[in-house]
Write a protein that binds this ligand. Structure first.
Ligand code: CP
Length: 323
């Protein structure tokens, strides 16, 4: 795999391979193998033009656990504020020795431009571009669902028949888009639940059912309920419905959660607007996978960097390493 730009075009075989390698990475970590030598001598650049906590730190931890060197670049405080272009910034980082560039950018399509323009030869990973896609978030979400469902027996399995309800601000959510495509590739059934004002115009072309009533969707007893963040920063018009109305009709609270089957998991990619799309009781409950998703993200990102940078090296490497 040369780049990871989206899940819409990610082959089922590549998706399953990333999830299975992530299992190996998690196993190595659980055996207290703190560092694998796999990417010794490689340099990973985290090129972030938008704020991030989980994704940036997770990619940094993943690269370091594979013994890569890591350079963290944040647009704030850099020469981007003097007008330097994406092309010049990326070429500068490659001149410093980047083998892979992990890019987060407000412009939908920026990672693809970087990967296909010929500006740089490094592998490119999309760490979230505008409202387009966030492929490693979807992969870590699929990993989390698979792990909860199949436990130690997860390897090689897809998500056929798993029912996932995605709730909230689908219009602005790259997480929703990446999840829809990946979950469909893996055989899951996806229902979107959203206010009519927060649904994308092209949703009829997506492999999903759309509902507007959260209680009706939860009554169908899904296997996973994925709450989305309301992205007020991407809304140019006033937020409609009002925040109070949104919470009442589309928020997940303790009352709604108690109606779900005991093994239904509650997911959120973070950061959460507690009290808006999800209550603290729901976010902190035993069925919440919020922190599990963060932990799994490191293994999935290790697998992604491995796929990009370690080429055809064998899995035997996973059994070696500094203890
Ligand atoms: N889920 C996610 O992308 O979080 P960050 O914005 O903190 O990276």
């Amino acid at each position: 795999m040369r780049h990871l730009l989206d899940t819409r075009t990610l082959a089922r075989q590549d998706a399953l391979q990333i999830l299975d390698i992530a299992e190996d990475m998690a196993d190595a970590q659980s055996r207290k193998v703190r560092k694998l030598p796999t990417l010794l001598g490689k340099t990973v650049v985290n090129l972030f033009f938008e704020d991030s906590t989980r994704t940036r730190i997770s990619f940094e931890a993943a690269a370091k656990r594979l013994s890569a060197d890591v350079i963290n670049f944040a647009a704030k405080g850099s020469s981007v504020s003097k007008g330097e272009s994406l092309k010049d910034t990326a070429q500068t980082l490659e001149a410093i020795g980047a083998d892979a560039v992990v890019v987060r950018h407000p412009g939908s399509g920026a990672p693809r431009t970087l990967a296909t323009s010929g500006w740089i030869s490094a592998g490119v990973v999309n760490a979230g571009d505008g409202t387009h896609e966030h492929p490693t978030q979807a992969l870590l979400d699929a990993y989390t669902i698979r792990k909860r469902r199949f436990g130690a027996d997860s390897r090689g399995r897809d998500l056929a028949g798993v029912r996932v309800v995605i709730v909230g601000d689908v219009l602005h959510s790259r997480v929703a888009r990446s999840n829809v495509w990946l979950l469909d590739t893996l055989g899951a059934e996806v229902t979107l639940v959203t206010p009519p004002t927060l649904i994308p115009q092209d949703v009829s072309a997506w492999p999903v059912r759309v509902r507007y009533d959260l209680d009706e969707a939860l009554a169908e007893e899904p296997d996973a309920v994925m709450m989305l963040r309301i992205q007020l920063e991407r809304m140019h018009a006033a937020f409609f419905p009002s925040e109070r109305e949104y919470t009442r009709r589309w928020g997940l609270d303790a009352v709604r959660m108690k109606r779900l089957p005991a093994d239904t998991i509650v997911m959120h990619p973070g950061p959460m607007n507690r009290g808006l799309e999800i209550s603290s009781e729901a976010a902190d409950s035993a069925r919440s996978t919020v922190l599990e998703q963060v932990a799994n993200g490191v293994s999935v990102r290790m697998a992604t960097l491995y796929m990009l940078l370690a080429g055809e090296q064998t899995d035997d490497e996973l059994n070696r390493g500094d203890r």
